[in-house]
Structures are given as structure tokens and as C-alpha cells.
Ligand binder design. Structure first.
Ligand code: NOJ
Length: 763
């Protein structure tokens, strides 16, 4: 009640002040409302709005509230409940101008109910499922008083050594761009000002996925052509979908850190793309300009950042400390500060906070009695999305699905790993509420369960790696280590395997291995687990590998050893149930890889849509003097777009409606898809186009469309795709986006490699 009164008072005060200045339409007129507010703000209050602080458990709450009431803080992140945020908003309502705070958080793949990691979501190729996951995340986050998320992360990642590959949607520009738009719409729902929406801030602008050698926080050096063609479109798609914010990347781009990059932030983002939203620096990034070596001190760093158009500084004090002096000395203009403040206030306006600062905080009496209550979760949605994201990589002799009557040995360090199941950015997810593979299989088997469990191995036998992964949580280590000797663990698992009809081994990475600051030189499953797999193979029992990992792994040995391999990534709260659904055939897997799996780390990069080359390697021909590595087979282990099903699909009768296309015309590409197997199932029909000859070298193929199709056993369907000139456009050497007349190959396949092809000419 008290809050509502305060709110009413605030709105009426705000309106009065506008009227007092004889300005038109108060709160309904966004620009006038903000201009008027800004006229009343002191310099300190303006600079306060540019400060975004992280709320740690150890931070003195009283002091923070004082700062807020003094107008010194614009927003926080990492405080994530209504009763935590309400007193802060109350403090803002006590400030002179009552400018509301916003509350942010990394809601990346779920909030309380955790959905599969983004790379897994992309593996579903199911835009409805992805939308649904984002919408639920937004609803749950908004119900916990959050206003904005630092997501989606749409950095194209073509180097799986980079730990944050897990957090993105893969290697392909088209697929990632489609998902970028879907996620923004999912988070923002009917508008960022809706009570059940949160504002999206797309990240990391820009090119973070291309850091040198996959080393996190490193430099990016890239030609403008490659940027425009391959890396920038997903950010643009998010912005075109209405993303209210942008988080600026920690990396440099061609010698200039993104945080100080006026070309990136002003020329490209604001002028060329017309972005009018909020630009937030990443954690401590303004300060890091000194470390990058482009600013000699904090003063210069603050100057570079504000000049480049960084509105809010995340967790560093430099704006507060340096902007007043810089302004006084004439090194920055008042307009530099005002532009940033205007964008912060506009974002708050767009989040609906000026109309109702308690829009998402609500009334105390409506607070949930238990934040973690099961009734607040969306388990069945999470299970459904998770099973759509699993990718069947191998299934020899129809090892899968498993019979529920079989005696199954479940082994591996990830079989009972609730934290890992949730994945790398598990927001407010709680391990105690996540379903492990052991739980899921036990439930699926019911009372007659003959599941025998043995751990079999630790995640890693390397103490240094273990310590790295448990950095910051030595008290309750995230990666649990069984102190028994490795051989004892293996022997126990082998015994279980010998007693069973079939072995399921849950192996791969702990979630921290595919995370921020988790670059790897090696893409193998850690040695401790490979020893286990070898021993299991030696038992001669059918071996099913359930992989959990956040990046493509090098699985050359495992491909030989395992009878079946199911890639489950990190599947979220309901992961254990979803995986059990697939293992026992209650759901027929339909996922497809959104990123290429290399044979070895030395092959990187292996993305499918590379440029044509003068001396390509041609399978079946001598390799000498062609582009390849002579010491290994050329080509990926599993190509982009690949994934099996328990049924079989065939493609036939590919046809184009014409052999020519006019610039204003349309072409129909069709193919007959048939489910030739014995089970109903879904697959993804993928359309690739190759521009055979251009003014510059074009990729060997590019994904241009796809459709996820459900067919009953024995059913046939003709799938149609429309091709227009727009699908053929690219950035030429002058960075002009246009199509060029000439020959195009159209390929349709169920992955990027096995395709049917027809050609046409653009007139
Ligand atoms: C640093 C990460 O790079 C960024 O993605 C994240 O949003 C912030 N930390 C806040 O947690």
C-alpha cells in the first residue's frame, strides 16, 4: 500500500514539474518527459545514473541504500529477489528526483527453471521451443523483480577452445541471427514495459567470439568484410527485433577496445544501425582500458569510454570519479554526459519504470512465501525444450532406445551431477531442484529399476585443473572429487558393467569447463574419463555415451568405442528426465548440431561455410598441394547440421521451379522428405546456397533457410522453400549489400554435407 502511495506521489510530482516548466504532455511524451527531468538534474545526479553496481552478498546494504537515496546509483545487478530490491527502490523513491532504479541479472538460459544452455537451445533448431524458453525465463525473472537481462549472447563462435561457446548459439550467421531475434522477442514479450517482460541487452558487442586462439578476453583482428558478412548480423538482428540494450565486449577490435571504440559504438551502432537504446560496458571494462594500453590512467579511460558512447559503467568507479573533472577541464562536453544519461533514462522509461517503479517488485504482501517454491517452476516446459535439444551422434545396431527391462549400468562423474546439469549460466537455478541423469533414469524405470550405479572416474585427475575449476568455491567445491584411487573407481564401474546388459556412461566436462574464462587447449574428454571409457569398452558390453559438455569435443576415439553417443550439452533443471525420455525412446531425438565437431583441436577452425579456395582438397583424389593437413583425414568428425533419429529420413526429387530468377522474382525450391523408418519423428530440412562466382570470393555454401518437420512413420511430404534476391545478397568489397547476377547452387540436406543440388541463374 505504502509503495502505491509513493508511486502515485512520484508520478504526480513528476507530472507537476513538467507542467511547471510549461512543457507539453508529461509522462506520456517520452522525449519531453526525459528532457524535463534532465533539466532538473544536477551533474552528480546525472553521473549517478551512469553507475551500474554489482550487489555481492558481502556488500553493506545500508550504505548502498544511502547512495541510492543520494542519487548516486542508476541500477544494480545480481540482487534477484523482490524483498532484496524493494528497499533499494524505496531508497530511490526517497531521492530528490525519485528516478527509479533498474535491477539487472544474467538471465541467459532460464531464471529459476533452467533451460538447456544456449548452444543446446540452438541444437533444437526449433524456434518455438527457443521462444518458449526465453518467455518463461522472462516471466520468472520479472516475477522476481528483475527489469533487464544481459542476454542474448549472439557472438558467433568458430573456435571451440573458447569457453563461452556454450553461451552462444553456434557458428552460423543465419541460424544465430534467427535465434537472436527470437530471444529478444521472447524476453521483451509484448514490450519491455510489460510487467512480465524484461529488457534484452544483446552481447557482447562486438565480435567477442572471435578472440585470438579462443583465449577469453583476448584481441580480435578481423577484416571489415568478415565482420559485416559473418559476425555482425546477429547483433543487428537482435537490435532490429527491438533489443533495448547492448552490452559492450571486453575485447579489442583491430587495435581499439570495444569500450573505447567510437567507430563501433557511434558510427556503426548508432548512426548506421539507428540504435537508440542503452549501451552498458562489461564488468570493469572502462578500467581495463588502462591495461589494454590505450589510456594512461583512469581519467583518460573514462574520457575514452564516454566519448565512445558507453552509457553505463558496470562495476567500476571511474565515471563517478573522473567525469566532473573532465567536464570542468573542457576535455568532454556536457552533451557527452547528457547523451548517456538520456539513454539510461529512456531505457528506464521503456522498461515501464517511470510509470510504475514497482512494476516488477509488486507489493510486499504478494511476495512469494518461498522464492524456490516448486509452484514457481516450469518443469514440463523445461523437459520438453530439453529433449528437443539433444543430438544423437551415433547409434550402431540400434543400441538406443534402451529397453526398460534391461539391466543397466550407469557410470561416470556426470551421472549424479546436479550443478553441471544446470549448465554454465544457471542464474537463480538451484542444484537441489535439478534432475540428474541418475534421478531421471530411476524415475523412468520405476519400481522395477535394475539400475546399477558406479562413479567410475572423476571429472579430471589433474589437481591443477581441479583447483582452477573450484576457484572461488573451495569451501563447497563445485567439482566434487572422489578421493579413491582412479583404478578403484574404474574397477567398480567395470564390475557394474559386467553385471549389466548395457552400459550408459555420463562423461564430458563439468559446467565450469565451458564458461567464462574457461578456454582449453585440448578438446578431448579429460584423461581420467577416457581411461574409464577404455575399460568399459573392454567389457564387450554395449556402450552408450551420454555426453555433457558446453562446446564441441574431439571424439575420434569415442566414435570408435561407443555403440551410441547422445550429445546432451547441459540440459538444465529437467535434464535428467529429458535425457531419460530419449534413452528409453519416449521421445525420438531431433536435434542437429549448430556447430561443427572437429576431429582434433589442431583442425580448428572447422566451420562449414568457409570461403572457396584455389586448391581445395577433394576426397578420393591425391591430397598433395591441396589445402589440408597431411597427417589426418580432412573434414570434420560431425558436420554442422548433423544429428540422427530413431527413424530414418530420405530426401528425393529436389526441384527448382525455374532455372532463372529475376531480381524481383521468386523461386521455389522443393524436395520430398520421407520417413522411411518405423517410428514417428522430426528432422530439420536445411537449405544451403552457394554463389558460384562473385566479385569477391564467396563461401562454399551458406545456410539460408530450414524447416523442422514432423512425419509419421512411412509418411512423405514435399517441403518448399522460397528463394528471392534477398537470400543472395552479400557485402561486396565496398561493403555494399547486394546480389550479383550469375550462377547459384542450391543444396538441400538433413545436414550440411549430404545434400541434393540444383542450380539456377540470377538474371
Ligand atoms: C562478465 C561477462 O562477460 C558478461 O557477459 C556478464 O553479463 C557480466 N560479467 C555480468 O555478470
Amino acid at each position: 500500500m505504502k509503495k502505491l502511495c509513493l508511486l502515485g506521489l512520484f508520478v504526480s510530482l513528476a507530472s507537476q514539474s513538467v507542467l511547471a516548466d510549461n512543457l507539453p504532455a508529461p509522462i506520456e511524451n517520452k522525449d519531453a518527459f526525459i528532457s524535463n527531468l534532465m533539466k532538473q538534474m544536477t551533474l552528480d545526479e546525472k553521473i549517478g545514473q551512469l553507475r551500474l553496481i554489482s550487489i555481492g552478498p558481502e556488500m553493506p546494504r545500508e550504505m548502498i541504500r544511502k547512495e541510492i537515496a543520494a542519487g548516486n546509483i542508476g541500477g544494480t545487478f545480481n540482487s534477484i529477489t523482490r524483498d532484496e530490491n524493494r528497499p533499494m527502490q524505496d531508497a530511490a523513491m526517497r531521492s530528490r528526483l525519485k528516478i527509479p532504479m533498474f535491477f539487472a541479472y544474467d538471465v541467459i538460459h532460464g531464471h529459476r527453471t533452467i533451460f538447456p544452455i544456449p548452444l543446446a537451445l540452438a541444437s533444437s533448431w526449433d524456434m518455438d521451443a527457443i521462444y518458449h524458453s526465453g518467455r518463461i525465463a522472462a516471466k520468472e525473472a520479472a516475477a522476481d523483480s528483475l527489469d533487464i537481462t544481459f542476454a542474448p549472447m549472439v557472438d558467433i563462435s568458430r573456435d571451440p577452445r573458447w569457453g563461452r561457446t556454450s553461451e552462444g548459439f553456434g557458428e552460423d550467421t543465419y541460424l544465430v541471427s534467427r535465434i537472436a531475434g527470437v530471444m529478444v522477442k521472447a524476453f521483451q514479450g509484448n514490450g519491455a514495459n510489460a510487467a512480465d517482460s524484461i529488457m534484452a541487452s544483446v552481447k557482447h558487442f562486438a565480435l567477442y567470439g572471435a578472440v585470438e586462439g579462443g583465449r577469453d578476453y583476448n584481441t580480435v583482428d578481423m577484416s571489415p568484410l568478415k565482420m559485416y558478412q559473418d559476425y555482425l548480423p546477429p547483433y543487428r538482428a537482435a537490435i532490429d527485433a527491438g533489443a533495448g540494450g547492448v552490452m559492450v565486449a571486453l575485447n579489442s577490435i583491430n587495435g581499439v577496445p570495444a569500450t573505447a571504440n567510437t567507430w563501433l559504438m557511434n558510427d556503426l551502432l548508432r548512426k548506421e544501425w539507428g540504435f537508440k537504446g542503452l549501451a552498458v560496458s562489461d564488468h570493469g571494462a572502462i578500467f581495463e582500458l588502462i591495461k589494454h594500453g590505450v589510456a594512461k590512467d583512469g581519467r583518460e579511460a573514462a574520457k575514452l569510454a564516454i566519448k565512445a558512447g558507453i552509457d553505463m559503467s558496470m562495476n567500476d568507479s571511474l565515471y563517478g570519479k573522473e567525469l566532473p573533472g573532465l567536464l570542468k577541464a573542457g576535455e568532454i562536453e556536457q552533451s557527452d554526459i547528457d547523451n548517456a544519461v538520456r539513454e539510461v533514462l529512456a531505457a528506464k522509461y521503456d522498461m515501464g519504470l517511470f510509470k510504475d517503479p514497482y512494476l516488477r517488485i509488486g507489493k510486499a504482501e504478494d511476495d512469494p512465501a518461498d522464492t524456490y517454491a516448486e509452484s514457481r517452476m516450469h518443469r514440463s516446459d523445461a523437459r520438453d525444450v530439453a529433449r528437443r535439444s539433444l543430438v544423437l551422434l551415433e547409434n550402431r545396431n540400434q543400441t538406443l532406445p534402451l529397453k526398460k527391462t534391461a539391466k543397466i549400468a550407469l557410470v561416470g562423474p556426470l551421472a549424479k551431477a546436479p550443478i553441471d546439469m544446470m549448465g554454465s549460466w544457471a542464474a537463480a537455478g538451484r542444484p537441489a531442484q535439478s534432475v540428474t541423469l541418475f534421478d531421471g533414469m530411476t524415475r523412468a524405470l520405476g519400481a522395477d529399476s535394475k539400475l546399477i550405479y558406479a562413479r567410475g572416474a572423476n571429472i579430471t585427475g589433474d589437481k591443477k585443473v581441479l583447483d582452477y575449476l573450484n576457484f572461488l568455491n573451495f569451501d563447497a567445491p563445485e567439482v566434487v572429487d572422489d578421493p579413491r584411487p582412479a583404478q578403484v573407481l574404474i574397477d567398480e564401474a567395470v564390475k557394474a558393467a559386467k553385471d549389466a546388459d548395457v552400459v550408459v556412461a555420463a562423461v564430458g566436462e563439468s559446467r565450469g569447463m565451458s564458461h567464462e574464462s574457461s578456454s582449453r587447449t585440448d578438446l578431448n574428454i579429460p584423461a581420467s574419463q577416457r581411461e574409464l571409457i577404455k575399460a568399459l569398452k573392454a567389457t564387450g558390453k554395449p556402450l552408450v555415451l551420454v555426453l555433457m559438455n558446453g562446446r564441441p569435443l574431439a571424439l575420434l576415439d569415442e566414435k570408435q568405442q561407443a555403440d551410441a553417443i547422445l550429445e546432451t550439452w547441459f540440459s538444465g533443471t529437467e535434464g535428467g528426465n529429458a535425457i531419460a525420455d530419449v534413452l528409453f525412446g519416449d521421445y525420438n531425438p531431433s536435434g542437429k548440431l549448430p556447430i561443427t565437431f572437429p576431429r582434433s583441436v589442431g583442425q580448428i577452425p572447422t566451420y562449414y561455410n568457409h570461403l572457396s579456395i584455389g586448391r581445395p582438397f577433394t576426397p578420393g583424389k591425391p591430397g598433395n598441394y591441396t589445402s589440408q593437413y597431411f597427417d589426418d583425414t580432412t573434414g570434420p568428425l560431425y558436420p554442422f547440421g548433423y544429428g540422427l533419429s530413431y527413424t530414418e529420413f530420405s530426401l528425393s526429387d529436389m526441384a527448382l521451379s525455374s532455372t532463372t530468377l529475376n531480381k524481383t522474382g521468386k523461386l521455389d525450391a522443393s524436395v520430398t522428405l520421407e520417413n522411411t523408418g518405423k517410428r514417428d519423428g522430426e528432422t530439420v530440412v536445411q537449405l544451403y546456397i552457394q554463389d558460384v562466382t562473385g566479385s569477391i570470393i564467396r563461401p562454399v555454401k551458406e545456410l539460408k533457410n530450414f524447416r523442422k518437420v514432423m512425419l509419421k512413420a512411412g509418411e512423405k511430404k514435399v517441403i518448399h522453400f522460397t528463394i528471392t534476391e534477398d537470400d543472395l545478397k552479400f557485402f561486396n568489397a565496398q561493403l555494399k549489400y547486394a546480389a550479383e547476377p550469375g550462377k547459384f547452387n542450391v543444396q538441400i540436406g538433413l545436414d550440411s554435407q549430404e545434400v541434393k543440388q540444383q542450380s539456377f541463374e540470377l538474371l
